[in-house]
Design a protein. Structure first.
Length: 134
């Protein structure tokens, strides 16, 4: 991390021994060790937070792209359905007009059912004959 070799660490230790003194050196070394550990934990926490934020940002981008794709698919399906419905309506309208009998043809069978020539002549149908015998 700092590119400090063994010889440089030895020089720093000798200078610290001379400046601090042999009585306070263990306490200072322990304090420096704790501070160094806290610094490492802090750096690791910051790295983890940055990594987490980057992952969240990637997930947000992915979510946005998936939502855009879903919207475009929904629009294309809706467009396809409406075009299919319009095609079916354009095909069904002439077929419905052709299948419907003319209005005059509907009125004629209704009139024929009410005044049957057999009834006028007095001819009995099989149902009427069965009713007479019963």
């Amino acid at each position: 991390m700092f590119d400090i070799g063994f010889s440089e660490i030895l020089v720093i230790a000798i200078v610290a021994l001379i400046v601090i003194g042999p009585e306070r050196l263990p306490k200072v070394a322990r304090t420096l060790g704790h501070l160094f550990g806290r610094m490492q934990r802090y750096v690791n926490d910051v790295k983890a937070d940055i990594s987490r934020e980057m992952e969240l940002e990637e997930l947000r981008k992915l979510q946005a792209s998936v939502q855009d794709a879903a919207r475009s698919i929904e629009q294309s399906v809706t467009k396809e359905i409406s075009s299919t419905e319009s095609e079916l309506n354009s095909i069904a309208a002439p077929a419905a007009d052709a299948a419907a009998p003319p209005p005059a043809a509907e009125a004629a069978p209704a009139a024929a059912a009410t005044s049957s020539p057999q009834l006028e002549l007095g001819l009995d149908t099989s149902d009427q004959a069965a009713r007479k015998h019963a």
